[in-house]
Each structure stands twice: as C-alpha cells, then as structure tokens.
Write a new protein. Structure first.
Length: 302
C-alpha cells in the first residue's frame, strides 16, 4: 500500500481544533498553505470559499467536508459537475447557535454589556432598558436553527412571527411572505437564514426602518445578509434601538463605529463555540470522511 493510499492528501482550508487536527493527521497527509494536485479531501469552515479556480487546481478532489452549516462559499454546481461530495455538520450545533441568539436578544434589551462595563468602571447608575418579556419576536429563516430559536423565544413572546420559503402549517406563528412585512410586525427581529446571492443585503435601510425605533436586531446567520452601512446608520440615528451581532460583513474586521455603541452587543462568530458543540462537529467531520473513503454512504451530504 502506498503512502498516498494510506494517508490521502487533505487540504485544511480553515483552522480546526487540536483534537480534530490530530484525528485528521491519523488518516491523512495534511496541507495548510499549499494544496497539491493529488489532494483528495478538503476540510473547511462555514465561511470557507471553494470556487471553480480552486477546484480546477485540485483534479483529484473527491470530498469537501465543512466544519459548520454554512456553505454559501462553496460552488455547489461546480462540485456536483465534478462528482465531488460536499458535507456539513447540521443539528449538532443547532442548540448552541439558538442559545446565543436568545442570549444576544436579552443582552441588548436589558443592556447587560453596557451596564457590566459601567460597574467595572466604578459606576452604579442604571440606564433604564426595555422589558424583555411580552415582545413580538420575528425570525427570518425557519430551518433547524430558526425553529430552535422559536422554541426558546416563545416564553418571551406575546406573538411569534416568521418568514420562510413557504408558510409552515405545523408552526404556531404568523407567516410573512417578505422580510419588510416581518420587521414591521416585530419588536425583535432575529436573522437565521442562509447566506448567498438570494439573501445578500436583504436587511437594508427599508427593513430597519420597518423594525422601528423600539426594535432590536439580532444576527447569528451571516454578515452578508445585512447592509452593514445601513445598519450602522440606523443605530446612529435611532432608527432602531439596538443590535446583537455574532457575524459581520468582513470578518474578522468589525467596523469601529459598532464598537463605540452601547446599544450594540458584539460577538466573535461564536454561535457553535461550545466544548460540546465543537466536539460533536469534529466527530461528524471525521465520520463523513471515514464513510467516504470506506465507500459507504455519507452521514450528512448536501
């Protein structure tokens, strides 16, 4: 058995945990900064880009295993045309991302971060915040994560509203066909939809104006869904009351304007960043790769 057969070339397109890297190193010859033409697998993150230019340089590529649920940076049509499998790690991070969405919503509504900073600076004066309970909560995107957010949001909500590709008869919420209508009906708008061309800048100045001066905006999806310039303007002029952001347009760069705003809570794309979630994601990445190279059915193919 040749070394290439025993340890196929794998391109690490994103950083991974030491545990996952060790598991991959047992099975593959890892490459981080280069990618030989003999590369048969890629492991990337939800923000990784695999375009036709990269695919053209990897004629032996068989599988792209994404350590996350986002895949808007993957040219799926080109991968399919080349017979390349693509997998993600759904479900195992759903609860963690949904938990963070609610955490950001509460942190913004109750000014938890701003008041923490004030106490650390020796202050004790409380700026009044809005009650978190009894709000109209809207969710844009009702996939696995959106539904998990809805379950957590329900105890805080007088009404649940949502926008999805179609109405969900089994979901106890008010359906809106477009995001502007959804925003106008809500006090808190949570974004949980995939990125990509179809949703690029879908949260624009009009949507933020519809959300209104008492509205809270939360994004745990992708920065690409938001016109970040319009969001900054809406926060600066009081068009909306505040925002909780785990994702940004040009990560890891965060606009300085957002960093100065007490009504904004910032988070470093940490939706899945729990010990439990990352371990489960790593295990699923390895399981998909093992299945592929053993000629078995993939666990979570796209």
């Amino acid at each position: 058995m040749t070394n290439e057969t025993a340890h196929p070339d794998l391109y690490l397109l994103a950083g991974v945990s030491p545990a996952l890297e060790a598991a991959l190193a047992e099975r593959f010859t890892l490459h981080r900064t280069d990618h030989p033409a003999t590369t048969r697998a890629i492991v990337g993150s939800g923000t990784s880009v695999v375009d036709t230019a990269l695919l053209d340089r990897l004629p032996a590529l068989e599988i792209i295993a994404i350590h996350g649920v986002g895949y808007d940076g993957i040219d799926l049509a080109a991968a399919k045309a080349r017979g390349i499998a693509v997998t993600t790690t759904p479900d195992v991070l759903t609860d963690d991302v949904a938990d963070l969405a609610i955490g950001l919503m509460l942190a913004v509504q109750r000014r938890i971060v701003a008041n923490d900073r004030a106490v650390r600076d020796g202050g004790w004066q409380v700026d009044l915040s809005r009650r978190a309970s009894g709000r109209r909560i809207g969710i844009f995107g009702l996939g696995r994560i959106g539904k998990a957010i809805a379950r957590r949001a329900a105890p805080f909500a007088t009404e649940l509203h949502y926008t999805a590709r179609s109405a969900k008869p089994d979901f106890a919420g008010v359906f809106h066909a477009d995001i502007a209508s959804l925003a106008a009906a809500c006090d808190a708008l949570i974004i949980a939809a995939p990125g990509g061309d179809a949703t690029s800048h879908i949260v624009d100045a009009g949507v933020l104006a519809a959300l209104g001066e008492n509205g809270i905006f939360v994004n745990i999806a992708r920065g690409s869904l938001v016109d970040e310039t319009a969001l900054i303007a809406a926060l600066e002029d009081g068009t909306i009351a505040g925002a909780g952001l785990d994702v940004f347009a040009d990560e890891p760069a965060v606009p300085d304007a957002l960093k100065t705003m007490d009504q904004v809570v910032l988070s470093p794309h940490q939706g899945s960043a729990t010990v439990d979630g990352r371990a489960a994601m790593a295990a699923l990445v390895v399981a998909n790769l093992d299945a592929h190279f053993a000629g078995k059915a993939l666990l979570t193919p796209l």
